[in-house]
Ligand binder design. Sequence first.
Ligand SMILES: *[C@@H]1O[C@H](CO)[C@@H](O)[C@H](O)[C@H]1NC(C)=O
Ligand SMILES: *[C@@H]1O[C@H](CO)[C@@H](O)[C@H](O)[C@H]1NC(C)=O
Ligand SMILES: *[C@@H]1O[C@H](CO)[C@@H](O)[C@H](O)[C@H]1NC(C)=O
Length: 237
Amino acid sequence: MERTIFCLLLASFLPTVQPHYLWYSIILKGIVTPPFEYVRNVSYTALPETGSRSIVDPVFLRDPVHDYACNRGAFANAENTSIATLDAGEEFGIQAATGARARLDPIAPYHEGPVAVYLSRAPTGNVREYDGLGEWFKIGELGLDMSVPLNQKQHWLARDNEHIRFTVPETTPPGEYLLRMEQIYPWPDRNDTQIFVNCAQVEIVGQGGGTPAPLVHLEDFLDLHNPALSGWCTPDS
Ligand SMILES: *[C@@H]1O[C@H](CO)[C@@H](O)[C@H](O)[C@H]1NC(C)=O
Ligand SMILES: *[C@@H]1O[C@H](CO)[C@@H](O)[C@H](O)[C@H]1NC(C)=O
Ligand SMILES: *[C@@H]1O[C@H](CO)[C@@H](O)[C@H](O)[C@H]1NC(C)=O
């Protein structure tokens, strides 16, 4: 059944060349915070095998695993990124932007695919010391609109959505965390699947008491061999 959905979807994919986007702000108490104030910026680096890249380019499954966490070069920006205070139980938003190095403009995600947010607690207690290679738990996701009948064009809830909001679970243990914002844009060939990912640095305050689960390592599911990441319509799937 799932495969049917994605085959329908893929039929509507057009391999276009267009600027991409990144998550450059979190929305706190309804306010879009300044670009990269709480979100780790990305480095504008050229990888030998792919050539020059822009900060809005996605991460691919062929990229090094540490890039899946918070995007290229993000850890180098940890020191220069502020830490937002989030109350457990509070709603927050995430904001995408597109453009070039010098100018980024807010935009609603225009790719297909699920958007999810994850938390990972800083092992030392200080999020600026954390590269994001530890354990993560998902706190929210916008997937397919299940009210659309299977025989109709499917609709991803995040697509063109200017109001992407999630809530920090009320019993999240207090502490400093990376807040990981991700959209996976699946392609028939897994090598082409695009991952739009950035991390905010947050301190969660509240009563605690919860035990987040399940905990995952990103490399266990963001893996070229994971058929769930595309391959839905490839001949060998
Ligand atoms: C983010 O990084 C890019 C290139 O790596 C740089 O050009 C830009 O000025 C940075 N933005 C901020 C707000 O630090
Ligand atoms: C962080 O800020 C300091 C002081 O403004 C600056 O010298 C340094 O280059 C910045 N580092 C990064 C990675 O942007
Ligand atoms: C996808 O990537 C894998 C691993 O890098 C490689 O072996 C394979 O040939 C690639 N497939 C295509 C169609 O490029």
